[in-house]
Design a protein around this ligand. Structure first.
Ligand code: PEP
Ligand code: MN
Length: 341
């Protein structure tokens, strides 16, 4: 239930409503708009309705949120899109951001070269996994803590905020120390205890859609993070499994306009993991930006043929500058702005 306060409602009226909501065991999430405060009462709908808050001092009206996800819904924010700010880089609303870098942190040289390249081209954030979810237990699993140290060095050198994956809650503290955004991979989208802990960490989260997850399931996963009071969630479509065998996954670009109707959260597209093939990455990126995505996360490597993983889909570092110019033109078409760093 959304409790919309009157314009000019006092702090003590707001506090009194929050107290009554909590008295029936519901959570109260306060959202301070420009003119009015909205209190999201999340819990047993009947208990909240029985409080009879309609006539309470300072309360304007009540609106039920019919969707199973509440805090993630566009109605909860009354149509206002969230802008997530990461170390001064904005994403969401009218702001477009590019997250770029190698699939995995494989060596100091590769990481620092890639980081400098994407920074020089104007990308806003650096990606790179120190912990890698691999289909085969015999494949390279990531450098772990040594990889985190290299990421922190790359941040020191370039100033780019770091986006890196957390797979296991036991690594949360180490990852949170280095990451500006914690990536939760497609295979962990429904790892609810991990979502809750990352929510509690307060770190911005890039939440990837599971390979066979519906958009509603993605939004319910985001709700786990939001419920912990962590509002900085970026949703990421990275391709879903379909019957089409000629590419790795099917990039669900329809998710962009549909999610924009359902949620206020920023939407990021990962063309690299969907495509699995370099030649497809640029057209998919341009389509995503033109469709209204708030950002792209893309793999870039100085020498893809030598990459430890996902080389065939990595953009060649030398060509990244041109790619980014085209991407930004497509984002502009959709009315977005971006700040070069
Ligand atoms: C990644 O971005 O490094 C990754 C493993 O992606 P996904 O979880 O989407 O497969
Ligand atoms: Mn990869």
């Amino acid at each position: 239930m959304m409790i919309v306060m009157k314009e000019g409602a006092t702090q003590s009226e707001i506090d009194a409503v929050v107290k009554r909501v909590r008295s029936v065991g519901a959570d109260a999430h306060i959202s301070q708009g420009e003119l009015v405060t909205v209190i999201g009462a999340i819990g047993d709908r009947e208990h909240v309705a029985n409080l009879g808050l309609e006539g309470a001092p300072g309360v304007d009206h009540l609106v039920p949120i019919l969707k199973p996800y509440k805090l993630a819904s566009l109605e909860y924010r009354r149509g206002v899109r969230s802008v997530v700010e990461i170390d001064g880089r904005k994403i969401g609303g009218d702001h477009f951001a590019t997250i770029a870098g190698p699939c995995t942190v494989e060596s100091r040289e590769v990481l620092l070269t890639a980081a400098q390249t994407v920074k020089d081209a104007g990308a806003q954030m650096l990606r790179g996994g120190a912990y890698k979810p691999r289909t085969s237990p015999y494949s390279f699993q990531g450098l772990g803590e040594a990889g985190l140290r290299l990421l922190s060095e790359a941040k020191e050198e370039t100033g780019l905020p770091i986006v890196t994956e957390l797979m296991d809650v036991r690594d949360l503290d180490a990852v949170a120390e280095v990451a500006d955004v914690i990536q939760l991979g497609a295979r962990n989208m429904q790892n609810y205890s991990l979502l809750t802990e990352v929510g509690r960490s307060g770190k911005p989260v890039l939440l990837k859609r599971g390979l066979s997850a519906t958009l509603e399931e993605l939004l319910m996963a985001a709700e786990y993070v939001l419920k912990e009071g962590n509002n900085d969630v970026l949703l990421c479509e990275r391709g879903i499994r379909t019957y089409e065998p000629s590419y790795r996954f099917t990039l669900d670009l329809m998710a962009v306009p549909v999610l924009r109707e359902l949620t206020h959260l920023p939407i990021v597209i990962d063309p690299s993991h969907a495509a699995g093939k370099r030649s497809l990455v640029e057209p998919l990126s341009l389509a995503a930006a033109a469709a209204g995505a708030d950002g792209v996360i893309v793999e870039v490597h100085p020498c893809p043929e030598e990459a430890v993983c996902d080389g065939p889909q990595a953009l060649v570092a030398e060509e990244f500058d041109m790619y980014l110019r085209k991407l930004e033109a497509a984002a502009e078409l959709a009315g977005k702005t971006f700040e070069r760093v």
